[in-house]
Structures are given as C-alpha cells and as structure tokens.
Design a protein around this ligand. Sequence first.
Ligand code: BGC
Length: 390
Amino acid sequence: MELNRRTVIAGAAAAGIAASTLGSAAQAAPSATGSSPGRGKLLRELFGRLADGTKVHRWSLENGGTRLKVLSYGGVVQSLEVPDRRGRHANVSLGFGALDDYVASSPYFGALIGRYGNRIGRGRFTLDSRTYQLSVNDGDNSLHGGAKGFDKHVWDVEPFAEGSDVGLRLYRTSVDGEMGYPGTLRVKVTYTLTRRGEWRVDYEATTDRPTVVNLTSHVYWNLAGEGSGTIEDHELTIAASRYTPTDAGLIPTGELAKVAGTPFDFRRAKAVGRDIRAGHPQQVRAKGYDHNWVLDKGVTARPEHIATLRDPRSGRILRIATDQPGLQFYSGNFLDGTLTGTGGRTYRQGDALCLETQHFPDSPNHADFPSTVLRPGRTYRTTTVHSFGV
Ligand code: BGC
C-alpha cells in the first residue's frame, strides 16, 4: 500500500469544493483523517496492481456516519461501515483485503454488474431479427455479463463533492461486441454518500446500436458484520406479491407466481431462515433463495421503498428504494467455506445475502417482461438508494 501517495480531502463537501477541482486538489492535499459526521471526506490510495501492472486504487468516503471503501477494479464496494444501536461501526459487506483475491476468486463481492445482471438463457437473444451469442459462463447460460463482465474491469474514477454530498463517478466504455453484446456502451455509475449517510447508486448508459442492458450492484450484506456468521436471523421485507420461478439452470420459466402461502412471501417482515428449509421445489433447486421478486410498484419514475432488512442483534436496518421492477434476493447459497474475507474469517453458506435491484433475469427472451432494450439516442437511467438506520 503506497500510503505516502494517498490523497485526502477532509471536509470537502462542507467546504464546497467544486467537483471539477477535486481531482487536482486531491493530488496536492496533505493527508488528514478524523471523523466528523455530516462532513464529507474522501481519500485515495493504491490498493494493488493487476498482473499487467495496471494500478487499482481504493477510495475511502465518509459522510453522515457511513464509511464506504470502493475499488476502481469492478467499482467494488470493498467495505461499508455503519453504526449499530450503540453507535459501534462494523463492515456490513463481504469482501477481501487484497486485490489478488478479487481477481482470483470473487463471487462478485460488492461489484458492479454489467452488461446484464443475472442470467440470459443459453447466452442468446434476438433483437430486431438478429440473434446474438453472448459469452456463456454458468453452465449453458450467461451470468452477470459473461466471462469478463464489468466486475472484472478497471473503471475510471472521479471524486466529487456537491453541497453536503460526497461521491465517486465511475466510467467505462464497453466496446461493440464485448462479451457478445451489440453496440458501444458508454456507462457512468455515480456512488453518492449523502449527509444522512445514505448510499445512492445512479446508473447511466448510452449505446450506438440497439442493445440490452441491466446494471446492478452485487453487495453481500451481513448487518451483524462480515464474517460474523449466518444471516438467517435477519428479518426481511419485500414489497412483492409475485416472483419468477426458475428452471434447473435458474432461468425464469416465464411464470409470475404468487408468493402467498409459499416460503417466498416476505410481504411482512420474516426471518430469512424461517422458511428456508421448507423444501419448496424452487428452493431445493436454488439451494435456498435465488429468485427475482416482481415488485408490486413496477417500474417507477423515481426510487420507491421496496425492501427492508433488519438485524435484531445489532439493531442495524437497511432500507432499499429503487425505480427498477425487480429484486433478486440471493441468500448466499454458494458460499461454501472456501473463501476467507476482509476480517480473516471464512464465509460459509448463508453468511450474507444479496438484494440486487434490476430488471428480471432473461428479459431479452421474454417479450412480456419489462423491456431491457436500449436504443441509440436514448439514455438508460436507473437509481437505487440504500438507507441505514437502527
Ligand atoms: C445469482 C446467483 C449467483 C450469485 C453469485 C446472484 O446474483 O442470482 O445465482 O450464484 O449472484 O454469482
């Protein structure tokens, strides 16, 4: 770690430093840390190098009691700390301490996912009478953008401070044909920490040819702290009366099934573990929950509250608002004790869960699902807000 080269901006938001000058101010600024709730703070340090020598930086941000560490590799949320009911911070997202582990074996810990969150059946879809074959990396299917998705690229990162917010703008251009997808896709993702400690994610993309796009973030949550054990006691609420059952390859069958009377009913707060061993054929197939919930609100112009996660032990609460129509709730089924995380503890099945706001999996092959098509001249825009409390 090149600590001597780190760059720090303390109180940048409060001082009203313009986003455009922040980059150069950062280079010149002397190091300074210290916590001052409500005063935004940003710091950059070298996290590691890829095999080809490319530098990967880690940005540390703090605002309103939330501390966020983000890598330029994959836009990965490497750490997200929030206080418990006694004001004690813990890192509530799974990750690694070293870049090599992210490159070698990350199951998308904290990463930005693109071009397409979740699966596309047989990695194939037809758009405007042309059929596209995508990179297949999950049995017969394409998962999270293919073999080298957005999670495995280094993004350009630009810090900003605006009003009382601090944040990062992450950019990358995915060339025409990357992983089989048509069109040059120019992507901008903005991570904002607000003065209230919310983590807001705004996604934008444009294309020069008709294509499909479905971006999301793959944070693995454990509100008791990463490496502290199972999330089966966490209570979850999802504002969805239906979900999309899947086939053996976890591709939606096309049915929108009712959650009423099934283990998939999270319309009222329920411990994740309560029905996880109920033996429902859909759960047996997925080794737990790994499904898309059809949010009752549908696609909305603005983010609306759709899910709440609460850890009774620490009192920490995560509330999620989105404009997207779906939520992939994945109960960490494939964590198998072979990965050792940030705090030096192994991650076992059910030690975290993901709540990925997105369009439905395999939408390009289901004409009746909300469309994921993006055409030239249009801008893909979507927002998800994570609020923390006790
Ligand atoms: C998928 C899972 C997958 C996990 C990690 C989730 O979004 O739904 O099936 O195993 O990501 O790859």
